[in-house]
Design a protein around this ligand. Structure first.
Ligand code: NAD
Length: 484
């Protein structure tokens, strides 16, 4: 069985304690690797390495940092097939999806920030002829980066790239559920020639290595993506310790379909938004709201097209829908659907585990599930399920659609389907979310702010926001003319 290792100061090592975490292949239910169960000792070593590397890395010219990061992006692309295979085994997602989206986007993250630092502009203010102010932006030291299991390499590089591009060094703690591609990234970081200690990767449980990283006094910057529950704890600790923190958290994203929507586009996109990656994307549209006159037609078409996402072995090329990422998560999804039944919801399709034959007989498969007839205020429509479960609710007016859409504690993303441009702008401006997609889903431009409102997050990542987040401004004020 393969044993993964921490990557600290450019070298691979097991945890100091010698403890291990079993890593399971979700498609089979079998343990196939072990990752180090690191704790505070390992985090101490990694932070010390990052601290040691910081003076040289932060004074390395931007062009050189950029060159090394572009090399890393090239290496990710060179190894695309093996990384996609590893990500599929680790997460249960279709290999086709990992190879088409996750891994290429990891390379794109590195390229985006590696080149952004070559073109970033500073700010200067000329104040009434009396003084000149200009703002320096300096890296902040060691960044602590914590990522979840659903898009493991993509979200890890989304944090590592802006952190090191701006001259910080980092300690990254990937999810203990899906550590494989982070382990492989460690080798590529070394091969790319990124100096030892600039990128350290420490595996371990959240309440072990994760908490130790959050509470380490030499880590002034924290970027976390994961659940609202854990994010809330991290935000509180960061507040106590006066750290800068960015939190990318859960969602319960509304997909609003008006009667004038083009259902030829809206239905297949709603299916993809509900079930891609088995519904385990924070941006999935899990609450579909349809104007009453087209509700029944929409539901019929949605259910018919959900068949496109029949669960199958994720390692096979034609598979579009794989396994849920862990057994506890499968149970969480089951519990939510049982609760929907108890509340009187109508299961229009799915609503049960799926057993596959052969290699995948022990895997964590759950059928794409469409539920109608639930009140928007019930727990199933309020709490994130993060699985292949979507509810459909009718509405009678623009105002009611907006009210239901905004009626959860989350505010990550929303979709609006209408042919009426005025309505699209009006509704978009009223939605309390970080992103609104009009007549589309998941189109991303890395220059735009990314993140959630309300309890979906604090701060924004992406584009200039990430460059700002990982740097500290110092304003230099020069008096012009006489210095008396
Ligand atoms: P999680 O919060 O359980 O874990 C996320 C990471 O935090 C893991 O690496 C985990 O080990 C670590 N962690 C757990 N407890 C910790 C602690 N006390 N201190 C420090 N680290 C700790 O989330 P998950 O189940 O891995 O991921 C699913 C969640 O992530 C969903 O809620 C989903 O919406 C969210 N998510 C959000 C975004 C976004 O951009 N907003 C993107 C992807 C996933």
């Amino acid at each position: 069985m393969q044993r993964l290792a921490n990557c600290i100061n450019g070298e691979f090592a097991p945890s100091e304690s010698g403890q291990w975490i079993d890593v399971t292949e979700p498609a089979t239910g079998a343990v196939y690797a072990q990752a180090p169960a690191s704790d505070a000792q390992d985090i101490d070593r990694a932070v010390a390495a990052a601290k040691n590397a910081y003076p040289a890395w932060s004074s390395t010219p931007a062009a050189e940092r950029s060159r090394l990061m572009l090399r890393l992006a090239d290496l990710i692309e060179r190894d695309l097939e093996s990384l996609a295979r590893a990500e599929s085994v680790d997460t249960g997602k279709p290999i086709e999806l990992a190879g088409r989206i996750d891994i290429p986007r990891a390379a794109a993250n590195l390229r985006f920030f590696a080149t952004a630092i070559l073109h970033d502009e500073g700010v200067a203010h000329h104040t009434d002829g009396q003084s000149l102010n200009y703002t320096l932006r300096k890296p902040r030291g060691v960044a602590g980066l914590i990522s979840p299991w659903n898009l493991p390499l993509y979200l890890l590089t989304w944090k590592i790239a802006p952190a090191i591009a701006t001259g910080n060094t980092c300690v990254a703690k990937p999810s203990e559920v899906t550590p494989m591609t982070a382990h492989m990234l460690g080798s590529l970081v070394i091969e790319a020639g990124i100096p030892p200690g600039v990128v350290n990767i420490v595996h371990g449980m959240g309440d072990g290595a994760g908490a130790a990283l959050v509470e380490h006094p030499d880590v002034p910057t924290l970027s976390f993506t994961g659940s609202t529950r854990v994010g809330s704890w991290i935000g509180a600790r960061a507040g106590d310790m006066l750290k800068r923190v960015s939190l990318e958290l859960g969602g319960k994203n509304p997909n609003i379909v008006f009667a004038d929507a083009d259902l030829e586009q809206a239905v297949p996109t709603a299916v993809a938004a509900a079930f891609t990656n088995q519904g385990q994307i924070c941006l999935c549209g899990s609450r579909i709201l349809v104007e009453r006159s087209r509700h029944d037609e929409f539901v019929d078409r949605l259910v018919a097209q959900a068949d496109r996402f029949a669960p199958a072995d994720p390692s096979e090329d034609g598979t579009r829908f794989g396994a849920l990422t862990s057994e506890p998560h499968l149970r969480k999804v089951e519990t939510a659907v049982n609760e929907a039944r108890r509340l009187g919801g109508v299961i229009r399709c799915g609503g049960e585990r799926v057993s596959l034959a052969g290699r995948c007989a022990g895997g964590y498969f759950y059928a794409p599930t469409v539920i109608t007839g639930l009140d928007p205020s019930c727990s199933v429509q309020q709490e994130e399920i993060f699985g292949p479960v979507v509810t459909v609710t009718p509405f009678d007016s623009d105002e009611q659609a907006i009210e239901i859409a905004n009626g959860t504690r989350y505010g990550l993303a929303a979709m609006v389907w209408t042919q009426n441009l005025t309505r699209a702008h009006r509704v978009a401006s009223r939605l309390e979310t970080g992103i609104v997609w009009v007549n589309c889903w998941m189109l991303r431009d890395l220059r735009t702010p990314f993140g959630g409102a309300k309890q979906s997050g604090v701060g924004r990542e992406g584009g200039r926001d990430a460059l700002r987040f990982f740097t500290e401004p110092t304003n230099v004020c020069i008096k012009l003319g006489d210095t008396t």
